[in-house]
Design a binder for this molecule. Structure first.
Ligand code: FAD
Ligand code: SF4
Length: 469
């Protein structure tokens, strides 16, 4: 395959479209919506890259993936090299190729985006990562590192913990991950539904780490089973990456009614325990015709699209600002609309209404209008007096956000926290306890997969430096 195209020829190629399952078919099952590019589509898209000297796209990637290099290898049909370059910079490329908001990161800075469509970097990342999973025998292997004799405990098996574990294992340190749940992946497994990120992808990415010698101990709650001081005394260093999974309450009447879920509970039951998807699931889930999801982020989109797949006739997003201010990925909003999700914008919940026997029957709402911008730069919603109305709903899901869970930090009094309970670190991820590092959502509050991974990578480099004195 030739990658010897002139800039003019490259500019003439149009951005590829991701093949998708038809909306009426996919809204009834949990099959992955995006089907992945064909080899011809991937090479053509790779040939759109101008191989700019400025490498703007790399600056937009929180883990600094060598984007032009892996795309060049792909355009030249040198898949083993493409996979080697990608894997060298990113421990979870098949995950990132599916869930990263490239449109606000690498693709937002891509030179081609100035006059038209950016290179579809995310699609290409997914293509190369999937190829690598399907062709293990063709991959360029790395020599096993020399063991350093040092040990590191990682708390939490989400993207921050997995990334740090991979980087540390590569340096020859002995790594053990402690995970509270019975399975790996953190939000990747219990939060993000299979129609966006199949579990098989997480299993395969985790298997790569296991082959590198990383030990994973599930069902261990740090703060209960063991504490941070105990880990610190048994290991040479500790990396805390336990996420921020505590639901933010709505603080409205009716929040404790039967039929109200926090987003993480709803998604965990369906994604991790397969409620509503398998008759022998170990946990139940309510199924109702009308489901109202409060919030406008990725979590809200995942809940509402899941409710639709579980059979809701009216699956509704209730959001207090307008669509322009929604933090969810553009692709998620588009997919949700195609699947028949209703968007009830400029509407805030004021109470949850019950039947006589305590089941949810409606969400009482108030219409909003947008005022001047607030600290986040988004226009502030203001209530319109006298505009209350009841939206019939048998299930209400609270997807307005999460914060740090104090379970772990309560047993580590020497850890400095900020006013929201997040762990305070320096730029390298070191906490107030020497030898204890932290990263991901427990430091940032709810953020993104790639930012958590960036923290894991940075902290691993600092831990390596610390261990080598
Ligand atoms: P987590 O992924 O939360 O992992 C933390 C792990 O620590 C969990 O496995 C948890 O069980 C474990 N743990 C917690 N407490 C303890 C303890 N005391 N002891 C031991 N283990 C413990 N980001 C994107 O970039 N793109 C998306 O499309 C996207 N969609 C999302 C959808 C949903 C539903 C949610 C909730 C988030 C989404 N995000 C998305 C955000 C992203 O998933 C998180 O920012 C990211 O997972 C944070 O990684 P982490 O490793 O810090 O924490
Ligand atoms: Fe290629 Fe865009 Fe990166 Fe330039 S900025 S190297 S065109 S991906």
């Amino acid at each position: 395959m030739s990658n010897d195209l002139s800039p003019k020829e490259r500019m003439a190629i149009e951005r590829v479209h991701m093949p998708e399952l038809p909306a009426d078919e996919r809204s009834k099952n949990f099959e992955e919506v995006n089907q992945g590019l064909s080899p011809d589509q991937a090479v053509a898209e790779a040939q759109r890259c101008l191989q700019c000297k400025s490498r703007n796209c790399v600056a937009g990637c929180p883990v600094g993936v060598s984007i032009p290099e892996f795309i060049d290898a792909l355009a030249s049909d040198d898949m083993p090299r493409a996979a080697q370059v990608l894997r060298g910079d990113n421990a979870l490329p098949a995950v990132c190729g599916r869930v990263c908001p490239q449109e606000t990161q690498c693709e937002a800075l891509c030179v081609r985006g100035k006059k038209g469509d950016a290179v579809a970097i995310g699609y290409l990342e997914r293509y190369v990562a999937d190829w690598a999973m399907q062709h293990p025998d063709e991959l360029i292997t790395e020599d096993a590192p020399k063991p350093t004799g040092k040990s590191v405990a990682v708390v939490g098996c989400g993207p921050a913990g997995l990334t740090a574990a991979g980087e540390l294992a590569r340096q020859g340190h002995k790594v053990t991950i402690f995970e509270a749940l019975h399975d790996t992946g953190g939000v990747l497994r219990y939060g993000i539904p299979e129609f966006r990120l199949p579990k098989e992808i997480i299993d395969r990415e985790v298997a790569v780490l296991s082959r590198m010698g990383v030990a994973i101990e599930c069902n261990v709650i740090i703060g209960k089973t063991l504490t941070i001081p105990q880990l610190r005394s048994e290991f040479d260093a500790v990396f805390i990456a336990n996420g921020a999974g505590l639901p933010t309450m709505l603080n409205i009447m009716g929040e404790n009614l039967k039929g109200v879920y926090a987003a993480n509970e709803f998604l965990t039951r369906v994604n991790l325990m397969e409620a509503g998807r398998r008759a022998d699931s170990s946990t139940p889930i309510l199924q109702r015709d009308e489901v109202a999801v409060i919030g406008g982020g990725n979590t809200a989109m995942d809940c509402v699209r899941t409710a639709r797949r579980l059979g809701a006739k009216r699956a509704m997003i209730v959001y207090r600002r307008s669509e322009t201010e929604m933090p969810a990925r553009v692709e998620e909003i588009k997919h949700a609309k195609e699947e028949g999700v209703e968007f009830i914008m400029l509407t805030a919940p004021v109470a949850i209404v019950a039947t006589e026997d305590g089941w949810v029957s409606a969400l009482r709402c108030q219409k909003m209008e947008l005022g001047p911008a607030d600290d986040s730069g988004r226009r502030r919603p203001q209530a319109i007096e006298g505009s209350e109305f009841d939206l019939p709903a048998g299930i209400v899901i609270n997807a307005v956000g999460t914060s740090a869970n104090p379970l772990l930090t309560a047993t580590a009094p020497d850890l400095t926290l900020n006013k929201w309970g997040n762990i305070v670190t320096n730029d390298e991820g070191e906490t107030s306890i020497p030898g204890v590092f932290a990263g991901g959502d427990i430091v940032r509050g709810g953020a993104t997969v790639i930012l958590a991974m960036g923290d894991g990578k940075r902290a691993a480099a600092a831990i390596d430096k610390y261990l080598k004195g």
